[in-house]
Design a protein around this ligand. Sequence first.
Ligand code: ADP
Ligand code: GLC
Length: 464
Amino acid sequence: MSDFIKAGGLGDVSAALPRSLRSLYDVRVLIPGYRQVVSEHPDLEIVARLDAAHGLPACELGRVISADGLIIYVIVCPDLYDREGSPYGDQSGTDFLDNDLRFARLGLAAAQIAAGIGDLGWKADLLHLNDWPSALASAYLAWGGTPCPSVLTIHNLAYQGLFDRNRLPTLGVPDSAFQIEGVEFHGKMSFLKAGIVYASHVTTVSETYAHEITTPEFGCGLDGLLRRCEREGRLTGILNGIDETWDPRTDAHLESPFGTNDLKGKQSNADEVRRDFGLAVSRGPLFAVVSRLVHQKGVDLTIESTETIVRQGGQVVVTGRGEDRFESELETLSRRYPGQVGVRIGFEEGTARRMFAGSDFLLMPSRFEPCGLSQMYAQRFGSLPIARETGGLADTIEDGVTGFLFKDASLAAMLGAIYRAVDAYGSRRKLNSMRKAAMGRSFAWTRSAAGYAGVYDRATASAV
Ligand code: ADP
Ligand code: GLC
């Protein structure tokens, strides 16, 4: 949740979606007490105690109230969560070995809150679970006989939370659940599959991805189960939104704000990004990459296309972190093309926002993309995405109008789209009309909130 910490788009969604639902429901958020959450909140107040169960330790439940009044429950369990690193792994990017315990504890806490904890004085009517780390909650509800509906949102099917079967007793998974109709996945225990099996309803973050995951190509081995969900009317695609801080007229991170009627500001933002990344002064197009540097995002294609971009008079700026090989290949590129390619490994929100504002194009050749937020941020800031036609990219970019889409995950296909973009850049009229169309697109959370409200109401009604 980006109020505290984020490792990608899920952090943004976790901050925005609860807020967009507050006018409809009494929404409360539950998160593990990662170091950043607890240490930065001296106002955290302990409000309840959560009992131990199976091999999962007892812990305390804290409460933080955000500046805008959102109640956030925090699982205080220093042994599990008070560590250096990201929510999922250590500083070198290696997953923590006890992630099963860490996230089973999260799922169990949610189920305990739904069942009602005496000293809390509040009980959930529905749990909305996000991705594998929270998915086990729906199974705990079922195994504990708690009549509370749950909705699981799959933000990324490629991460499933697979663990050794010898962990079942520690996690409190009944032996009878370790079978193909339950939590078993090729001899391992799958948190995400547990969620898909036991949740009242499954959603994912775009309509196209909701369909794609029912096919062998995108289904990560769960397509059969997801086809069944689809047939049962238990699978829905709901596109993410972006929040109102994404406004180039008012964003405090930008030195030169701009809007559709005054695109000149984009030029000063581009100059600023060039200075910041040590690039040469140029009148050519500026391409940006703001992304986790992982296979999913087609970083290899971006790397391969850079030479052509530079030969066409373009420049490239990259920020993000991820797999070592991509980080080092990108750094090699910036040394090979000094003044034309700038790379900053890491992530800083202000830099990312200035890159969206200053760039002409965003490169996003994802192999798959459940929704994708970067392409929406880019459009709002007048940077036209060059992206693969998959998942949420296909649903949020209009080819030739607000960006450029290509079909195959191949260098040739990507270069085809890049040439079209460079062409458009050559015509000021075309470029400005595309920028205006992109900036004018609505990606409002209110639409997604209405979609979730429909799903919640159905899940609640069918649980009665
Ligand atoms: P994903 O969630 O798959 O990474 P999205 O497009 O949904 O992709 O979200 C990407 C957003 O996450 C970016 O716009 C940026 O705000 C942020 N982001 C990108 N890379 C990182 C990173 N290494 N650490 C934290 N946040 C990042
Ligand atoms: C995941 C997906 C991304 C999506 C984000 C938020 O990280 O990779 O496509 O936008 O979750 O739903």
